[in-house]
Design a protein around this ligand. Structure first.
Ligand code: GNR
Ligand code: NI
Length: 185
């Protein structure tokens, strides 16, 4: 298990479409475990592989509230196979867009087909926070950030601030652990 450095926008790797996992093997399971550990440490309620620089269609999430029992989910090749006609608005944040929050409109409910940790095909129907989070993570696999759902004015305002923040530092990820594993799958 290891903590992985999380990329922040703007970064070209966050805009690339991720590739399907051919098989849920030990490499993928190790990636899922490291992503969950990284997500809990952040802390966050979801994480997509492109956020840790891995171009594979893998996401993890846990939307259990503090004090509730942990409910980790690990999904490979997740696909939205149904979305409700009605929408919902949720105030979203993103570990790759630190300290910025905005209301995003998405379908209220979705059904997602995916491969679990054992490689078995499963489906989950979700509404509420789980629905929002699943859609947010699957967006990451297609190179889409919640910023892309906002007006160009709001998006560019936030991107300019993030860029300024990056340039203020040395351009390196100061929070990244020195010995993070590579996951070159
Ligand atoms: O931790 C996170 N919280 C969150 C809140 C509202 C809507 C979506 C999210 S996902 C985010 C973690 C993250 O960036 N996942 O990609
Ligand atoms: Ni995100």
């Amino acid at each position: 298990m290891a903590l992985l450095p999380i990329l922040t926008a703007p970064d070209a790797r966050l805009k690339k479409k991720a590739k399907p996992v051919a098989k849920v093997d030990d490499g993928v399971r190790s990636l899922m475990a490291d992503m969950l550990e990284t997500m809990y440490a952040a802390p966050g309620i979801g994480l997509a592989a492109p956020q840790v620089g891995v171009g594979l269609r893998v996401i993890v999430l846990d939307v259990a509230r503090e004090g509730e029992q942990k409910a980790p989910m690990k999904l490979a090749n997740p696909e939205i196979v149904w979305a409700s006609d009605d929408d919902n608005v949720y105030e979203e944040g993103c570990l790759s867009v630190p300290e910025h929050y905005a209301e995003v409109v998405r379908p209220r409910a979705v059904k997602v087909r995916y491969l679990d940790e054992a490689g078995a095909e499963r489906e989950v129907e979700a509404e509420g926070l789980l629905s929002t989070c699943l859609q947010h993570e699957i967006d990451h696999l297609d190179g889409i950030l919640f910023l892309d759902h906002l007006s160009a004015l709001k998006r560019n305002m936030i991107l300019r601030k993030l860029l300024k923040e990056k340039k203020r530092g040395d351009g390196k990820d100061k929070d990244a652990p020195a010995d993070s594993p590579q996951h070159t799958l």
